[in-house]
Design a protein around this ligand. Structure first.
Ligand SMILES: O=C(O)CCC(=O)C(=O)O
Length: 330
């Protein structure tokens, strides 16, 4: 059976670079589920200049729908199976995610955000998603980079009824082992992420205000959706393009991809609704990213280069997904 170089290990969705579903037991095997190669499901080839300008102004952008219903279900099934197995189910030599835990446990015992870092190393369908041609092409346009690697991914699943908070933060200051602070992330919703079930909130223009992580840590009391936008006590720089702090809920429908700059202020409140909020963020690095050995990060143990070397040589945990203006297939 041809598999275009992809190891077909799972019964769930596995797409090759043409968007062909490669599951051995799939009724869709060798049929084109959707023209994933380069296009989103509405046939858009790439982000428009207007979208790129919008991203540059706001620091975030909805790139539109990239997954069809079957693909969303397959990704959710595979995630649900992993959640049902739980973090302690991996045998010593099994591939395992880098992190798999309730990330709120220490500060909020009643609430839960399941954080799974590098699900792509365990599930082929998520691996295919990190190489999604529309996503990597869009990230390349937003960063103007000709080369992209996966920095890491993370599921943030907020269960219905007791989904926890992801406090206001910027990503780049939490990633002190790479520089410069320019990466862009793709955030793909698997359920509709709405205000009620803890969608992300964003602050337009904040990606041009520098590193403000210490200020954002002072906002940790903002947890419920009715209070989440109440950021107080920050004056944006006078000469900035945007000079007011105007937090905005940022709903993303299931199957859509949203992009955010790594200095954009964002976070998400409790999910106290009866709808789960499953989503994955894929954080990408550009070819210019270098290693900062003095920092600390959960991915550090997988970096096999010296201080200040290019992260493109860091090893197999940071795969190349875009090179010379082309998506690299899985
Ligand atoms: O999923 C969320 O609510 C937050 C995700 C996040 O912080 C990120 O993608 O950088």
């Amino acid at each position: 059976m041809p598999n275009n170089g992809i190891a077909v290990r799972k019964k769930y969705l596995v797409l090759d670079s043409e968007g062909i579903d490669l599951r051995t037991d799939s009724p869709l095997r060798h049929t084109r589920t959707t023209p994933l190669a380069r296009y989103n499901i509405h046939g858009a080839l790439m982000l428009t200049d207007a979208q790129i300008s919008q991203f540059d102004h706001d620091g975030f952008l909805n790139g539109g729908r990239i997954l069809n219903d079957q693909q969303i279900e397959a990704l959710k099934d595979e995630l649900d199976e992993l959640l049902a197995r739980g973090p302690d189910s991996f045998a010593e030599n099994d591939p395992r995610p880098v992190l798999f835990h309730n990330m709120t446990r220490e500060h909020d015992a009643e609430k839960c955000v399941w954080q799974i870092v590098n699900i792509w190393e365990v599930c082929d369908s998520y691996k295919a998603l990190t190489h999604h041609p529309f996503i990597v092409d869009a990230i390349s346009r937003l960063t103007q980079a000709k080369e992209l690697m996966v920095w890491h991914d993370q599921i943030q699943h907020k269960p219905a009824g007791y989904g926890g908070v992801t406090g206001w933060h910027q990503d780049a200051p939490l990633w002190p082992i790479i520089k410069p602070m320019t990466p862009v992330s793709a955030w793909v919703a698997l359920d509709d992420a709405l205000e009620e079930n803890g969608c992300m909130w964003m602050v337009p223009g904040s990606h041009k205000w520098g590193n403000q992580i210490e200020f954002l840590r002072t906002q940790s009391e903002l947890k419920e959706v009715r209070e989440f936008g109440g950021i107080e006590g920050f004056e944006p720089p006078d000469k900035a393009e945007v000079t007011t702090v105007t937090p905005r809920p940022w709903p993303v429908k299931a199957g859509e991809v949203s992009f955010h700059h790594s200095l954009t202020w964002h976070g998400s409140p409790y999910n106290l609704s009866d709808m789960p909020r499953r989503a994955i963020a894929i954080h990408y690095m550009t070819g210019e990213s270098r290693y900062v050995a003095s920092g600390k990060h959960v991915m550090q143990e997988f970096v096999h280069i010296d201080d200040d070397e290019l992260m493109r040589n860091a090893g197999a945990h940071f795969p190349l997904v875009y090179q010379d203006g082309e998506a690299v297939s899985v």
